[in-house]
Design a protein around this ligand. Structure first.
Ligand code: NAI
Length: 281
């Protein structure tokens, strides 16, 4: 299987890693060499940890040896499937899928890891809507079991079966849903995170207390504000905006505090600060 991944950030690096662990030949693209280097280091660190714990079937060198790093889109021509994990921006994703629709062999499947952008509209931009699908991995990809498989309006049964099988071969559990704003995962999760942010803004409690209450009281492994920092506050805002626009109800209105933090560059872990402060950016 020749497996393409576009975007070597938090998600793309993880997706490339689990594809390589499954034995696939992987091509990973980002726009600049330094982002590819960063993605490579993330994969190397993760593989070293898994190796230490005895959770890797091959050596870390063998696994990373299956990944080629590139800035050229032409290198995706022979891919069986390409998963996109670039910035959560509909116009930018559409432009990329229009290019991929021209470059990737006609039998190739195009997939998006988008958290919230309509799969059907990305599918239209690709020019091959029947071979287009949502393949939504969870963060951190190497550790999380779920892949939410989202069928667009025209996605064929063959395409759905192909990515379900690929996800299983990657050691994941695929669960399917239809294309509505936020799918299932973020339609349920994000309003909870947004409400936790409102609680901070209204002074209901300190972030530590909000997270502690949700962890201990609801048995969540991580509080909603810690999770928001982990996901990235810019991504959380983008998802809330899609829910608000797509579903129309003001219960999905992004918290003004969330908006203000993103404007201030407090994006969570990746920028070194969000609701909490982190050692390294
Ligand atoms: P990120 O900001 O860590 O990484 C995005 C990467 O894409 C960057 O390295 C950027 O340089 C690169 N990029 C931008 N435009 C590009 C292009 N045209 N070609 C190639 N590379 C390009 O973002 P992250 O968190 O990895 O998110 C990526 C996607 O995954 C988004 O659609 C997001 O909604 C989705 N997602 C994010 C989750 C999270 O927890 N962060 C969870 C599930 C999905």
């Amino acid at each position: 299987m020749k497996f393409g991944v576009i975007g070597a950030g938090q998600m793309g690096a993880g997706i490339a890693q689990v594809a390589a662990q499954a034995g696939f030949t992987v091509v990973l693209r980002d726009v600049e060499e330094r982002f590819l280097q960063r993605g490579r280091s993330v994969i190397e660190r993760s593989l070293a940890k898994l190796h230490e714990k005895g959770k890797l079937d091959a050596t870390p060198e063998d696994v990373i040896g299956r990944v080629s790093f590139t800035t050229a889109l032409e290198d995706f021509a022979a891919c069986d499937v390409v998963v996109e994990a670039i910035v959560e921006d509909e116009a930018v994703k559409k432009a990329l899928f229009a290019d991929l629709g021209r470059i990737v062999q006609p039998s190739g499947i195009l997939a998006s890891n988008t958290s919230s952008i309509p799969i059907t509209s990305l599918a239209t931009a690709s020019g091959r809507p029947e071979r287009f699908i949502g393949m939504h991995f969870m963060n951190p990809v190497p550790l999380m079991a779920l892949v939410e498989v989202i069928r667009g309006y025209a996605t064929s049964d063959e395409t759905a079966a192909f990515v379900v099988d690929a996800a299983r071969r990657m050691g994941k559990t695929p669960l399917s849903c239809n294309d509505f704003p936020g799918f299932v995962s973020n339609r349920v999760l994000m309003p909870m995170i947004n409400e936790a942010i409102q609680c901070v803004m209204e002074g209901v409690a300190e972030p530590e207390a909000i997270d502690g209450i949700m962890k201990l009281g609801m048995n969540h492994p991580m509080g909603p504000l810690t999770l928001a920092d982990f996901i990235g506050l810019d991504t959380c805002l983008a998802i809330m905006e899609v829910l608000h626009r797509g579903l129309g109800d003001d219960k999905y209105r992004p918290s003004p505090l969330l908006r203000k933090m993103v404007q201030a560059g407090l994006l969570g872990r990746k920028s070194g600060r969000g609701f909490y402060t982190y050692g390294t950016a």
